[in-house]
Design a protein around this ligand. Structure first.
Ligand code: SF4
Ligand code: SF4
Length: 170
Protein backbone atom coordinates (compact mmCIF):
# COMPACT_ATOMS: atom_id res chain seq x y z
CA UNK A 1 0.00 0.00 0.00
CA UNK A 2 1.38 3.47 -0.79
CA UNK A 3 0.63 6.83 0.81
CA UNK A 4 0.84 10.25 -0.68
CA UNK A 5 1.99 13.10 1.59
CA UNK A 6 1.01 16.48 0.33
CA UNK A 7 3.56 19.07 1.51
CA UNK A 8 2.34 21.85 -0.66
CA UNK A 9 1.55 24.99 1.34
CA UNK A 10 2.08 23.30 4.75
CA UNK A 11 5.11 25.31 5.95
CA UNK A 12 6.38 28.69 4.90
CA UNK A 13 9.85 28.98 3.38
CA UNK A 14 10.99 30.53 6.69
CA UNK A 15 9.96 27.45 8.67
CA UNK A 16 11.39 25.11 6.11
CA UNK A 17 14.73 26.92 6.13
CA UNK A 18 15.09 26.45 9.96
CA UNK A 19 16.13 30.09 10.36
CA UNK A 20 13.19 30.82 12.65
CA UNK A 21 13.80 27.68 14.75
CA UNK A 22 17.48 28.59 15.00
CA UNK A 23 16.65 32.08 16.23
CA UNK A 24 14.23 30.70 18.83
CA UNK A 25 16.92 28.33 20.07
CA UNK A 26 19.42 31.19 20.33
CA UNK A 27 16.98 33.30 22.38
CA UNK A 28 16.49 30.42 24.84
CA UNK A 29 20.26 29.87 25.12
CA UNK A 30 20.99 33.57 25.72
CA UNK A 31 18.24 33.78 28.35
CA UNK A 32 19.70 30.78 30.17
CA UNK A 33 23.22 32.22 30.11
CA UNK A 34 22.14 35.57 31.60
CA UNK A 35 19.82 34.11 34.24
CA UNK A 36 22.62 31.75 35.29
CA UNK A 37 25.11 34.63 35.47
CA UNK A 38 22.66 36.71 37.51
CA UNK A 39 22.15 33.83 39.94
CA UNK A 40 25.92 33.37 40.29
CA UNK A 41 26.54 37.08 40.98
CA UNK A 42 23.70 37.20 43.54
CA UNK A 43 25.03 34.09 45.27
CA UNK A 44 28.54 35.53 45.42
CA UNK A 45 27.25 38.84 46.85
CA UNK A 46 25.34 36.97 49.55
CA UNK A 47 28.43 34.93 50.41
CA UNK A 48 30.58 38.08 50.62
CA UNK A 49 28.01 39.72 52.86
CA UNK A 50 28.13 36.78 55.26
CA UNK A 51 31.90 36.40 55.18
CA UNK A 52 33.85 37.89 58.05
CA UNK A 53 35.87 40.86 56.90
CA UNK A 54 39.45 40.64 58.05
CA UNK A 55 40.98 44.09 57.99
CA UNK A 56 44.74 44.63 58.08
CA UNK A 57 46.22 46.11 61.29
CA UNK A 58 45.97 49.88 61.33
CA UNK A 59 43.09 49.97 58.86
CA UNK A 60 41.40 53.36 59.12
CA UNK A 61 37.73 52.64 59.69
CA UNK A 62 34.94 54.76 61.15
CA UNK A 63 35.95 57.14 63.94
CA UNK A 64 35.12 56.91 67.61
CA UNK A 65 35.65 59.17 70.62
CA UNK A 66 37.18 57.80 73.81
CA UNK A 67 36.47 58.66 77.42
CA UNK A 68 38.57 59.09 80.57
CA UNK A 69 38.27 57.24 83.90
CA UNK A 70 35.29 59.41 84.85
CA UNK A 71 33.47 58.34 81.70
CA UNK A 72 33.77 61.88 80.31
CA UNK A 73 34.96 62.54 76.75
CA UNK A 74 38.73 62.65 76.80
CA UNK A 75 38.72 65.45 74.22
CA UNK A 76 40.20 68.69 75.54
CA UNK A 77 38.66 70.79 72.73
CA UNK A 78 42.12 71.78 71.52
CA UNK A 79 40.94 71.84 67.86
CA UNK A 80 44.12 70.11 66.66
CA UNK A 81 42.13 67.46 64.75
CA UNK A 82 39.88 70.03 63.09
CA UNK A 83 42.91 72.08 62.04
CA UNK A 84 44.75 69.03 60.72
CA UNK A 85 41.78 67.80 58.70
CA UNK A 86 42.35 68.47 54.98
CA UNK A 87 38.66 67.97 54.22
CA UNK A 88 37.51 70.40 56.91
CA UNK A 89 34.85 67.96 57.99
CA UNK A 90 35.41 68.08 61.77
CA UNK A 91 33.59 70.53 63.99
CA UNK A 92 34.56 70.76 67.67
CA UNK A 93 32.73 73.08 70.03
CA UNK A 94 33.11 73.61 73.76
CA UNK A 95 35.48 75.01 76.29
CA UNK A 96 39.14 74.17 76.06
CA UNK A 97 40.69 72.86 79.24
CA UNK A 98 44.13 71.81 80.39
CA UNK A 99 46.11 69.09 78.64
CA UNK A 100 44.95 66.53 81.20
CA UNK A 101 41.36 67.33 80.26
CA UNK A 102 40.49 69.18 83.46
CA UNK A 103 38.25 72.16 82.86
CA UNK A 104 37.26 71.07 79.37
CA UNK A 105 33.68 70.86 78.28
CA UNK A 106 32.88 69.22 74.97
CA UNK A 107 29.58 70.58 73.69
CA UNK A 108 29.63 69.26 70.15
CA UNK A 109 31.87 67.05 68.06
CA UNK A 110 30.80 66.16 64.55
CA UNK A 111 32.53 64.47 61.67
CA UNK A 112 31.00 64.50 58.22
CA UNK A 113 31.99 61.10 56.86
CA UNK A 114 30.57 62.14 53.50
CA UNK A 115 33.51 64.51 53.14
CA UNK A 116 36.12 62.53 55.08
CA UNK A 117 39.09 61.20 53.11
CA UNK A 118 39.98 58.64 55.83
CA UNK A 119 43.51 59.95 55.88
CA UNK A 120 43.86 59.55 59.66
CA UNK A 121 45.53 62.95 60.19
CA UNK A 122 42.96 63.87 62.83
CA UNK A 123 43.88 60.80 64.89
CA UNK A 124 47.60 61.53 64.54
CA UNK A 125 47.07 65.15 65.55
CA UNK A 126 45.18 64.39 68.75
CA UNK A 127 47.56 64.89 71.69
CA UNK A 128 45.43 62.99 74.21
CA UNK A 129 44.26 59.86 72.36
CA UNK A 130 40.66 61.04 72.36
CA UNK A 131 39.93 60.02 68.80
CA UNK A 132 40.59 56.74 67.01
CA UNK A 133 39.68 55.07 63.74
CA UNK A 134 39.93 51.49 64.97
CA UNK A 135 36.25 50.50 65.01
CA UNK A 136 36.69 48.09 62.12
CA UNK A 137 33.49 49.49 60.65
CA UNK A 138 33.68 50.22 56.99
CA UNK A 139 31.82 53.36 56.04
CA UNK A 140 28.77 52.31 54.05
CA UNK A 141 27.08 54.44 51.41
CA UNK A 142 23.88 56.10 52.60
CA UNK A 143 20.99 57.59 50.69
CA UNK A 144 20.89 60.77 52.79
CA UNK A 145 23.88 63.08 53.32
CA UNK A 146 22.80 63.86 56.89
CA UNK A 147 23.16 60.17 57.80
CA UNK A 148 26.88 60.51 57.08
CA UNK A 149 27.30 63.14 59.79
CA UNK A 150 28.33 61.53 63.08
CA UNK A 151 27.71 63.61 66.20
CA UNK A 152 29.27 63.40 69.66
CA UNK A 153 26.91 60.72 70.99
CA UNK A 154 27.27 58.57 67.91
CA UNK A 155 31.07 58.85 68.05
CA UNK A 156 31.15 58.07 71.78
CA UNK A 157 29.11 54.92 71.19
CA UNK A 158 30.74 53.80 67.98
CA UNK A 159 32.78 51.02 69.54
CA UNK A 160 33.01 47.64 67.97
CA UNK A 161 31.75 44.67 70.00
CA UNK A 162 33.99 44.09 72.99
CA UNK A 163 35.91 47.33 72.46
CA UNK A 164 36.42 49.54 75.51
CA UNK A 165 35.72 53.23 75.10
CA UNK A 166 38.14 54.08 77.86
CA UNK A 167 41.47 55.43 76.71
CA UNK A 168 44.24 53.93 78.81
CA UNK A 169 47.10 55.44 76.90
CA UNK A 170 47.74 58.39 79.26
S1 SF4 B 1 40.39 61.03 58.50
FE1 SF4 B 1 41.30 62.81 57.46
S2 SF4 B 1 39.64 63.66 56.26
FE2 SF4 B 1 38.69 62.28 57.75
S3 SF4 B 1 38.16 63.56 59.50
FE3 SF4 B 1 40.20 62.76 59.89
S4 SF4 B 1 41.61 64.29 59.09
FE4 SF4 B 1 39.59 64.71 58.23
S1 SF4 C 1 42.70 66.77 68.71
FE1 SF4 C 1 41.84 65.38 70.21
S2 SF4 C 1 41.63 66.61 72.04
FE2 SF4 C 1 41.92 68.03 70.36
S3 SF4 C 1 39.84 68.56 69.72
FE3 SF4 C 1 40.45 66.85 68.47
S4 SF4 C 1 39.75 65.01 69.55
FE4 SF4 C 1 39.68 66.74 70.97
Amino acid sequence: MSYYIDNSGRDSWLARSYVWALLQGLVVAVKRVFSGARRTVRKRLLEEEKAERILPPGYRAEHRLLVNENDEPRCTVCQACAEACPSKCILVEGQQGADDGSGSRLDAFTIDLGKCAFCGLCVSACPVDALRMDTGRLPVPRTKREDMIYDKDKLLNNQADGQSRLSRCL
